[in-house]
Design a protein around this ligand. Sequence first.
Ligand SMILES: [Zn+2]
Length: 277
Amino acid sequence: MPEIPEVEAFKSYIKSHCMNKPIADISISAAKIIHGVSPATFKKTIIDNKFTHIERRGKFLIIKLAKLNKYVVMHFGLTGSVHCTKEDATVRFSAVRFIFKNHTVLHFKSIRKFGKIWLVSDPDKIKTLRTMGPDALALTQKEFKAILEKNGSRNIKAVLMDQAKIAGIGNEYADEILFQAHIDPHHSIKQLSGAQLGALYRHMKSVLRYATSVQKKAIKHVSAGEFFSKEDRKMFKSSYMQAHRHIDMICPKNRKHRLKTATIAGRTTYYCPIDQV
Ligand SMILES: [Zn+2]
């Protein structure tokens, strides 16, 4: 589930809590999360090392280590997040703990253990990163239209979520972007007008930027609970579907409309059957 807005929030959270702090220990409670090296090598490389730089690419975080020229690369799967605590705190679903010498801990949480952490000397060795399309926040309108035109026969939501075409958008924000742009998620790209493609581009940028600002605020409120709970959804302005999906199913454009769900591009899709044409 974490998409650009959540992963951007994780990035600034790690940046403000974990950079340039010596790492004293690593504790791994779910070995299947570690990739690229064995859990033992992972520990050995990271202990006495530090995080010196962090960047986001699509739904990935890439953290450079001070020594040994290695990178820690995180992908959050469906339900992953990060959380910082004092060393003695108990955190549910904590799968990997980076324990700093100052007795604080960065927890990599993964409820269903679909999250992944790699230790690599070159992030491009990870196939999904290497083959990823341009980041949605970096795309120019011209590049965006070119990508859509090349995929004209495909469903619009499927292409928005296809990481090899456009990186960083998943199920929830694809729905929000299509809702704000008044576009029916059932359409193929070639069914859309030039004006609709223009609206889609503008709303892709504005939804991702606004949601990033909300999620950066929301993550500061996380205690031991879950990030992106129903409470977090309520932090979105009421004109956003995020504030209504899973909650009251009221259409934010007209309170007499009910949101509907359908399976589109293999995912549960929320939309307004009246406003989205
Ligand atoms: Zn509506």
